[in-house]
Design a protein around this ligand. Structure first.
Ligand code: CMC
Length: 431
């Protein structure tokens, strides 16, 4: 636990209260208000948690003003260039980059857990065939606690570890099954000779009737997309996982809660919404119409893939993603893809527009990811499930960190009540 470095003083109704100030290793200082209610009988009010640190964490740091993202101290740009998704998973989970032997062992452990219990195949059949893959994933991941009882005891470190490996290994299998089910094709079993990302592509695109060879360019691009989404400190879905976990819920239930939260269009659902928006715009001449709509508060329309709660500068993931989009589409020979042209022009125009400049709205990770996933052959409905696969390691790392804390407490915010004061019940005949 960080130690106080000095005190701030709050004066209220003639009384003064000391609020310890804690200094993090990076980022703004934090006022410790834990004793405030007990001592001063007041709550703080911060809907949307815009100024509230909900926990102490050593996993990920974002400096939104300069557009920096660090995992365990390592910049995302360096990881994207030099590392792999599974290596970043190890880093997030265990705190340090692995040695070659540790990485090989970790990869082998994940690879050996890629299959799901055969009975789960029947469980899928209960869903409507046209179900959105995210709806299926929320249900199936939640149901993992019914299939893997031996890794639900959160007080047993070994069971926590097995649950973590199981989820990292099986989420791609479950997402691919949800996809196959939604398009009426047979499930494809994992192939452990392939890389993590290559195996996912194989499970999505192979069919029993034909051989499927994983394109190494696409496997590398998928690995990078997964890495760029691996963790993002206390975002909405991660906070959901922590809150669910704070009650002692099992890890599969917590991750299912995270997936449900991620699905929203303001969060992980934005990648699907963004590509649909770019397609709707269709041609560069229609961009001004959409820019005007995004600026009009009454339209209810926002530029999807733009803006971020924390980044008030370029999202560093968006920069890497844009470069990846250029590379992948170039290598596939479809660099003239009209959606990519619309995206680039939209970005250029928005970044020169006073509305977006003054509100510090920049492209976020979702702005270019959909274009790459579309070029790979994924339908838009699979974009958010791919985000969910990738973010699973972040959710689990944050959940494990929380469970490992001494004096961990159930999360229980307070409120500013504005409803009726106490009043007496009136019989229905007299209302
Ligand atoms: N288009 C137009 N105006 C916007 C946009 C946008 N995309 N984003 C924010 N604004 C305006 C908003 O209307 C508000 O204006 P005003 O101050 O005049 O009322 C101002 O900018 C601040 O917006 P906010 O909603 O208070 O900011 P927030 O921090 O609560 O919301 C956000 C952040 C990501 C939900 C929001 O920017 C948004 O809805 N973006 C579009 C959806 C999107 O791309 N989401 C993906 C986020 S990155 C991936 C992830 O983490 O899941």
């Amino acid at each position: 636990m960080a130690e106080p470095t000095r005190n701030a003083t709050l004066t209220l109704d003639g009384n003064t209260y000391d609020l310890p100030v804690m200094s993090p290793t990076a980022g703004p200082d934090v006022l410790d208000i834990r004793k405030l209610y007990g001592e001063a009988d007041v709550f703080t009010f911060d809907p949307g948690f815009t100024s509230t640190a909900s926990c102490e964490s050593a996993i990920t740091f974002i400096d939104g003003d300069v557009g920096e993202l660090l995992h365990r101290g390592y910049p995302i740009e360096q990881l994207a260039e030099k590392s792999s998704y599974l290596e970043v998973c190890y880093l997030l989970l265990y705190g340090e980059l692995p040695t070659a032997a540790q990485l090989a062992d970790f990869e082998a452990r994940v690879t050996r857990h890629t299959m799901v219990h055969e009975q789960m195949h029947y469980f899928f059949r209960g869903f409507r065939r046209d179900a959105h893959p995210m709806a299926t994933m929320v249900g199936v991941v939640g149901a993992m606690s019914a299939f893997y009882h031996d890794s639900t005891d959160i007080n047993d470190p070994w069971q926590r570890e097995v649950a973590a490996i199981r989820m990292i290994a099986k989420l791609p299998t479950i997402a691919a099954m949800a996809y196959k089910y939604s398009v009426g094709q047979p499930f494809v079993y994992p192939k452990n000779s392939l890389s993590y990302a290559g195996n996912f592509l194989h499970m999505c695109f192979a069919v029993p009737a034909e051989d499927y060879v994983v394109n190494p360019i696409l496997a590398k691009a998928m690995d990078r997309i997964m890495m760029l989404h691996a963790d993002h400190e206390q975002n909405a879905s991660t906070s959901t996982v922590r809150l669910a976990g704070s009650s002692g819920a099992n890890p599969f239930a917590c991750i299912a809660a995270g997936i449900a939260c991620l699905w929203g269009p303001a969060h992980g659902g934005a990648n699907q919404a963004c590509l649909e928006m770019l397609r709707e715009i269709g041609t560069v001449d229609r961009i001004p119409e959409y820019i005007a709509k995004a600026k009009d508060k009454n339209s209810g329309f926002r530029l999807m893939g733009f803006g971020h709660r924390v980044y008030k500068n370029f999202d560093p993931r968006a920069k890497v993603m844009k470069q990846s989009a250029d590379e992948v589409l170039g290598l596939l020979g479809i660099e003239n893809n009209p959606t990519l042209q619309v995206a680039k022009e939209l970005e250029r125009i928005a970044l020169e527009d006073d509305y977006f400049v003054s509100k510090k709205l920049y492209p976020n990770v979702d702005f270019y990811s959909g274009i790459i996933l579309d070029a790979m052959g994924f339908p838009t409905s699979m974009f958010t499930p791919i985000f969910a696969i990738s973010r699973t390691v972040g959710w689990i790392s944050q959940w494990k960190e929380m469970i490992g804390e001494k004096n961990q407490k159930i999360g229980r915010p307070r409120q500013l009540y504005v409803g009726p004061p106490k009043r007496d019940y009136v019989d229905v005949r007299h209302r």
